[in-house]
Design a binder for this molecule. Structure first.
Ligand code: AKB
Length: 320
């Protein structure tokens, strides 16, 4: 067990709620402080209510627990962000800069900042998008992530603050639901299949996007945070590749196990967002610098997703 005391901001979110458990296993339950703007009734561990847009609140929690590492996971995502662009910019940037600034002036020596494939826009090659392509993000979420990446590099260069970052593809897991993203369909669809409902997809059948299974996403995050500092060459954010598929390819994979499953396509404004995102990602830097290697593909992920969701819905039925 390490001596680190870890603060997770955005602990109730899709990634946060799963990452917390892994961090509790690594550091011990009393050394992981979960925080969010509300307490989830199922949460087990140490919890602090925290509005990260308030720098004094972030600072006082860091002081109270002598925090040494922060995972800052709170943000408004791509699709939801487009409904309220200025609020999204304000919130995403305020929280990120508060975390970086508090880390600079406190006991914190390592920060994790999640970025996203949303930093890319149509000026970058969208097939195997390279790590250092020109970035012209088209959503406020993407603009805030690209700005956050540059601030991460700034804090590292000027203050030697060890901020580590990954550009996540769409994350798919059975443990938690995403909220407000463009890749959310790839989680929702599994729930519909298990509930034997027709899935109404908000993207076109052939819209390929990069995705990753939750287990791989969590492992990548932990591996990046554990690697010796000298190995980290990219101080903006690392591309993280795993798999790429379209809604119709995902549908076919599910249909192999649920032959009666049906899908309809009704693309909405999220199609416009997806069209400007990479179809696949070049993650050579992550593979070379810290030995990143995904374990799951569409087939193996689908079989775990269906098995775990079937278990989950059957248990819920038994409880009713
Ligand atoms: C979204 O769809 O907004 C997120 C992301 C790819 O960052 N899942």
């Amino acid at each position: 067990m390490s001596d680190d005391i870890v603060l997770v901001i955005g602990a109730n979110g899709q990634l946060g709620s799963v990452l917390i458990k892994e961090l509790q296993n690594i550091h011990g339950i009393s050394k992981v402080i979960a925080s969010d703007v509300y307490l989830d009734s199922n949460f087990e561990g140490v919890f602090e209510l925290l509005d990260a847009t308030d720098i004094d609140s972030v600072h006082s929690i860091v002081k109270k627990h002598s925090i040494t590492q922060i995972y800052h996971l709170a943000a408004i995502l791509s699709a939801k962000g487009e409904q309220q662009p200025l609020k999204t910019w304000d919130l995403n940037m305020k929280m990120t800069l508060n975390v970086f600034e508090v880390a600079r002036i406190s006991t914190v020596n390592k920060v994790f900042f999640p970025s996203s494939i949303a930093v890319y826009g149509n000026k970058a090659p969208l097939q195997k998008s390279p790590q250092s392509a020109f970035l012209n993000p088209a959503t406020v979420y993407g603009i805030s992530k690209a700005a956050g990446e540059n601030w991460a590099q700034y804090y590292f260069t000027n203050y030697d603050l060890d901020i580590r970052s990954i550009r996540y593809p769409g994350v798919i897991g059975y443990q938690s639901m995403p909220g407000g993203g463009t890749t959310d369909y790839a989680v929702d669809i599994y729930h519909s299949a298990v509930k034997k409902q027709t899935y109404n997809c908000f993207l076109n059948a052939d819209t390929k996007l990069p995705m990753i299974f939750m287990e791989d996403a969590i492992r990548a995050t932990i591996e990046l945070m554990q690697v010796p500092k000298a190995k980290i060459k990219t101080r903006t954010s690392y591309n993280l590749g795993s798999m790429s598929f379209s809604p119709s390819e995902l549908y076919e994979a599910i249909k192999k196990e649920h032959p009666g499953f049906e899908i309809e396509y009704q693309p909405d404004f999220r199609q416009g967002i997806a069209d400007k995102w990479p179809k696949s990602i070049d993650d050579n830097e992550a593979r070379n610098d810290w030995d990143w290697k995904p374990k799951f593909n569409l087939k193996s992920m689908t079989s775990v997703m269906l098995e775990k969701l079937e278990e989950k819905y059957n248990t819920t039925k038994l409880k009713e």
